[in-house]
Design a protein around this ligand. Structure first.
Ligand code: UDP
Ligand code: MG
Length: 305
């Protein structure tokens, strides 16, 4: 019988935890295989920890890992995966936006032969600008990782043990587990899953946090962005040269031009912008190298139950 580990990152989700546990336990019982739930408390400050302690006291199949402060969702999932003992690991959000009842669907697809099964949220209940941004991100991620998926952002996912071992063995500081998993999986599948609106609290992902996550995703998985920038640089230089030659010839036949000053400004600003972007990209890679060579721990655990 294949044992199952469910990993759940928790950051200030006190209102949903008990409900989540009950729905999850019911679903897992019906599967009739050994299971454990690993809650990773990502530095909650709202009493989530007390609820988790109570759940652990009531059910020994509930394990809890607590971080000493907030390190981010993917660090939390990573910590849970490191400790998971199951042959299959399922990840899930704590806010009940991913219905636990969908887990059997994922497992069935896994048994039909896939190393990773991702949920694809149908009827997604998130603001329109997030859905729009997600579509662009999914396209880009698919291209970069080389594995097509319609919903990289959905954390309702199932992984087989070999893939989990590979993820855990990665020492790089990547904050995007679904993409990491797909680089190791022999076969990947997707199944549609329900998505509920957030009942309590607000999403922890503001615009800035989403932008940072995506920057990390782009630079963390390929050198394509920086190569694209270099190519653009060559193109821009060629265009600039052509323009200069044109102006030189024009000067011989028509004389110097002055009226075009502001057009020139516009063009200049465009290129200055490009340069700053390129600098930023380089900085991103340098920052990454810096983080890797420091070899700091990804998180610090303050309590394990
Ligand atoms: N989360 C976390 N650490 C964080 C931010 C979020 O562990 O720094 C957890 C959060 O408790 C939830 C999941 O990650 O279980 C997804 O977060 P959220 O619902 O805010 O994201 P969204 O659904 O808007 O993508
Ligand atoms: Mg959510």
């Amino acid at each position: 019988m294949k044992a199952l580990s469910v990993v759940i990152p928790v950051f200030n989700e006190v209102t949903t935890l008990v409900d989540l546990y009950e729905r999850l336990a019911r679903t897992l019982e019906d599967l009739g295989r050994p299971w454990e739930i690993i809650f990773v408390d990502d530095g909650s400050t709202d009493g989530s920890a007390d609820v988790l302690r109570a759940l652990h006291a009531q059910d020994p199949a509930v394990r809890v890992v607590r971080f000493n402060r907030n390190y981010g969702q993917h660090a939390a999932v990573f910590a849970g995966m490191e400790r998971a003992r199951g042959d299959v690991v399922v990840t899930l959000d704590a806010d009940l936006q991913n219905p636990p009842e969908e887990i059997p669907v994922l497992l069935r697809r896994l048994e039909e032969g896939a190393d990773v099964v991702g949920g694809a949220r149908v009827n997604r209940h998130d603001p329109w600008f997030r859905r729009l941004a997600s579509r662009a991100v999914n396209r880009a991620t698919s291209a970069i990782v080389g594995v097509r998926m319609t919903d990289y952002g959905c954390m309702l996912r199932a992984y087989r043990r070999p893939v989990v071992d590979q993820i855990v063995a990665c020492h790089e500081i990547s904050r995007f587990i679904p993409a990491l998993a797909n680089t190791f999986a022999g076969s990947v599948a997707e199944v549609p899953v329900e998505h509920a609106p957030r009942r309590e609290g607000r999403s922890k992902y503001g615009l800035l946090r989403l932008l940072r996550l995506n920057m990390d995703l782009m630079t963390g998985f390929s050198l394509l962005p920086i190569q694209a920038v270099s190519l653009a640089g060559v193109l821009v230089a060629a265009l600039g040269l052509g323009f200069a030659i044109f102006l030189g010839i024009r000067r011989l036949f028509v004389g110097p031009e002055v009226e075009g000053v502001f057009t020139l400004f516009a063009i200049l600003f465009f290129f200055v912008g490009l340069q700053i972007l390129a600098l930023g990209l380089i900085g991103e890679y340098v920052g990454r190298i810096y983080q890797e060579v420091r070899r700091r721990p990804r998180y610090v655990v303050s309590e394990t139950l």
